[in-house]
Design a protein around this ligand. Structure first.
Ligand code: NAD
Length: 289
């Protein structure tokens, strides 16, 4: 190719690249502006979230994720949540420590008045506290039935009711996030009372969403898969069950408490304002297997 033709082609190519990048950067400026207008905020600055059972496990990790998004935390616990307080304060947020045993409905009555005395606003409730009892259905006792249903379902309903009354009385929007389970969708084995309670959570989440959406209260649930916490110590220390479960998880690992962070912040934020009555699995693909 003659040299002058080569130079001309090179110049045309250089000008084309310049024009293309100028267009791209204009496009990206206008996309960024549009994104800012269209993307609802995940920021929780100025909000307060109540998290039950947040001294350990999933509750502690969800409380920390909410704090990282800007939220102050009210923890409802039976025992000192010292480690969680440190995790929240690391994010520059405040932690309000309320002690209550959620197995007794009598304890629930004064929880909301105590919260109202402690914090200026109440915006989010995460019903996380829960227990499990493993026993064959043929031999499960009434105590193992009642204890699990009381904490996992009855307390969830009556605490949600108390918090929703607070929202409605003040005409403010609110977010209620329940903690469901794979056993909201599946039968499980040797956990009759737990399966009943978590299946109940799925239905209750739908019912409360139906009744309270008109008050701008969003009720949704997170269904964690198999997560490494106290709740699953028995399963994880049985090598056969541990491997059986691991082998069925498409993600190839058990979940960590921090895996729930994105889901809880989404359901607590404006980004989920039009999401109602949904139970969101965070399960490494367990349910779609
Ligand atoms: P965990 O045992 O580590 O923590 C349970 C929390 O609930 C603790 O803070 C405990 O003190 C609190 N709690 C229990 N009974 C209470 C009561 N009477 N009053 C007040 N607080 C009480 O378990 P986790 O795995 O962190 O479980 C948290 C939630 O997630 C539970 O609802 C559980 O059913 C659910 N879940 C766990 C898994 C899992 O794999 N770990 C899977 C699905 C659902």
């Amino acid at each position: 190719m003659p040299l002058h033709v080569f130079w001309t082609c090179q110049e045309v190519f250089r000008i084309s690249v310049l024009l293309f990048s100028a267009n791209c950067s204009r496009l990206s400026i206008s996309l960024n502006a549009a994104d800012k207008m269209l993307l609802p905020s995940f920021d929780l600055s100025g909000k307060t979230a109540v998290v039950t059972g947040c001294n350990v496990g999933l509750g502690a990790a969800m409380a920390e994720a909410l704090a990282a998004a800007g939220c102050d935390i009210v923890g409802i616990n039976r025992s000192a949540p010292d480690k969680t307080i440190a995790r929240i304060e690391r994010h520059g947020r405040r932690f309000f420590d309320i002690r209550a045993d959620l197995s007794a409905t009598s304890a629930i009555a004064d929880i909301v008045p105590r919260i109202e005395q402690s914090v200026p606003t109440l915006d989010i409730l995460v019903n996380n506290a829960g227990i499990i009892r493993r026993q064959d259905a043929l031999t499960m006792s009434m105590a193992d039935w009642d204890d699990v249903l009381d904490v996992n379902l009855k307390a969830v309903f009556f605490l949600s009711q108390a918090v929703a009354r607070h929202f409605v009385a003040r005409n403010v929007p609110g977010k209620i996030i329940n903690v469901a389970s794979m056993l909201s969708f599946q039968g499980g084995i040797r956990v009759a009372s737990y399966t009943a309670s978590k299946s109940g959570i799925l239905g209750l989440t739908r019912l409360l969403a139906n009744e309270w959406a008109k008050y701008r209260i969003n009720v949704n649930a997170i269904a964690p898969g198999y997560m490494s916490t106290e709740n699953t110590v028995a399963l994880r220390s049985d090598p056969v069950r541990y491997e059986e479960i691991l082998g069925r998880i498409p993600a190839g690992r058990w979940g960590e408490p921090e895996d729930l962070g994105g889901a809880v912040v989404f359901l607590a934020s404006r980004a989920s304002d039009y999401v109602q009555g949904h139970t969101l699995p965070v399960d490494g693909g367990w349910l779609v297997r």
